[in-house]
Design a protein around this ligand. Sequence first.
Ligand code: C2E
Ligand code: MG
Ligand code: MG
Length: 707
Amino acid sequence: MQTHAYAYAVPVLLLIERETDDRPSVERLVADARDVLRVERVTSLDAGVKRLREPGIKGVLLDLLLPESRDLSSVDELRRVAPDKAIVVLARASDQLLARRAVDRGAADYVVTDHLDARTLCQLIAMMFQRRSLEEQRFVERERAEVTLNSICDAVVTTDITGNVTYLNREAEARTGWSRFDAFARPVMEIFDVMDGLTGEIAQNPARLAIEKRAGVGFEGGFILVSRDGKETAIEHSASPMHDHRGKIVGAVIVFRDVVVSRDRSRQMLHLAEHDALTDLPNRLLFNDRLTRAIALARRHQRRLAVLFLDCDRFKHVNDTLGHEAGDQLLQSIARRLTASVRESDTVSRHGGDEFLILLSEVDQPGGAAQIANKIIAAVAAPHDVAQHEICLTASVGISLYPEDGQDAQTLIMHADAAMYDAKAAGRNQVGFFRPAADGWVSKRSSIESELRKGLERSEFRLHYQPTIDLLTGAIAGAEALMRWEHPARGLVPPDQFIPAAEACGLIVPMGRWALGEACRQAKAWQDAGLPPIPIAVNVSALQFRNAGFLEDIRDILQDTGLDPRYLELELTESALMVDVATTSALLSELKRSGVGLKVDDFGTGPSSLSYLQRFPVDVLKIDQAFVREIQPAPEGAPIVRAVIAMGKSLGCRVIAEGVETRQQLAYLKEEQCDEVQGYHFSPAVEPSAFEGLLTRAPWAFSSLGG
Ligand code: C2E
Ligand code: MG
Ligand code: MG
């Protein structure tokens, strides 16, 4: 172990030496110095070259008695193979002339071997190493200076003591129009052709001034540089003397910059510091600043202002499914829409990620802020053309008002955030005002998340089942599985109070997987118990649908439970389907192939496009309750419901109406030839045991209710 480390620590010299016994062996001479030096010996140039191609050699001792050394081709060859290694030539006294020529050809030095003793040889080798490392160091320093000089925005010209150019950096080359090569050794004022901007007189030579004064000289703007091709640039410049290591002045360095460009640049820097690079919207910093000022103004004039906190719903899916580049483009598109939705005097800012802050500096009534917030939500909801996809997404907006909800920027932003979170929890795509006494449970993101996690671990979730009724036969045509949370402290919690939060934190994926498994298990158990087989519909969240393992989950669950796929139906909301039409289409086709049924939930509420729906292999459209609620007594009826039913039929789908509560609604739906109905008029969602009771009733049980 010891020897190993030692062998690596000591520099190795390669000795290329002809077999000879008429002089002291170099190997033997350095033997005493083995603590600081090791010699590897080869006896031909070829062997030497071969060894040099491998690592570990620090320098070369080359014997001039080698046949290839007589015409010095050995030196050329070694320099070619190992340009970074020092070569020291070993020569007899009679070969000194040849040795000097070897040095001219690139060898570092030569040693006369006639009376060579160990001490001289070791000293020589030490010097050779030292010189090499100095050269390396100087090279690194020169490189560093060069890179630095070429990456700064200032132009740099150096001169020797007589004022002739020795160097130009790239910026100086660009500004003067002179290449470093052409400029070399010319009088500096030929290259640095500067006149006084006011008088047009030729400016003083700053290099000469600096050398004469032995100090730096600076000139404000007001000078014009004329480039080699006659282009004029307003500049400011300075010059300083350069010294050698003894402190003697050896030349001067002139530094100059384009005044306009540098002014633009500092303006640009300021802009960058205050704006978001992706959307070019003001960033938090600038937003805070503007909000603080706006609050001061509002206070003075006793006016109101509003802070809107906008968060995109399910933005993560876009990133996950279409990639970050598409996500970025979508954010830019959203930013443009936001800016277009507010007044010039308002500020739209990107708060980070998919969150935006909007300052409405003049609002008279809270309703005014809500109106703008709704306008913003609508603007965001219109389809975005991004990366050859038509993307639809919604947003949730929280509003806080000055002076009601806070007196300073920080508080207003925080309260707008809380209001946004409430809006999200209330089902997304909504506007919410800050409520000081908002249910702390829902507003605190982290607490509900950890509660949900616990709920999942402790199996606190349940499925209730709500029947759908076939309007022709009056029989139960199917059931929808609806999740409930049996919270130890809060009792039975309805899904609207926890599904949005579960979606926001991603827990919906394992929760949804559980629901699928449980529904299939239950369906199979009912069938095995001899109850009439009906399909069970399970709600699938967009996030779950797009989750990589979804298809596999479905297959596994069907296999594990042994349920025939045709008794499982998936309910997907319209907005979930429209996130990315191409991917949706592919996924749905896969699902269709596996034999499960596909339903579009809440039909009519989302950003749907018939042409897309046509391409999706869906079986059932579920008309949203909101439309059913609009059904009026005859003769008005509900034109939208009628249109939606007609539309569904034209797509070749069965149509189910949700939320049917009254006899009137039922009658109308029957008349319009809706296929199935679901609603409190028949039964709410009930526990499995109660649902069994419904299933065992005679198939005509509901028909009498049909009226
Ligand atoms: P949804 O899928 O549209 O389910 C229909 C909702 O309407 C259910 O509310 C149901 O109880 C209710 N409903 C049924 N008939 C009537 C009626 O006549 N009148 C009225 N006013 N309401 C009626 P629920 O159970 O509270 O579920 C709400 C939403 O939560 C569901 O809407 C669905 O989007 C979501 N959800 C429920 N379970 C799950 C689940 O397992 N996974 C996912 N991802 N979402 C679920
Ligand atoms: Mg549903
Ligand atoms: Mg629905």
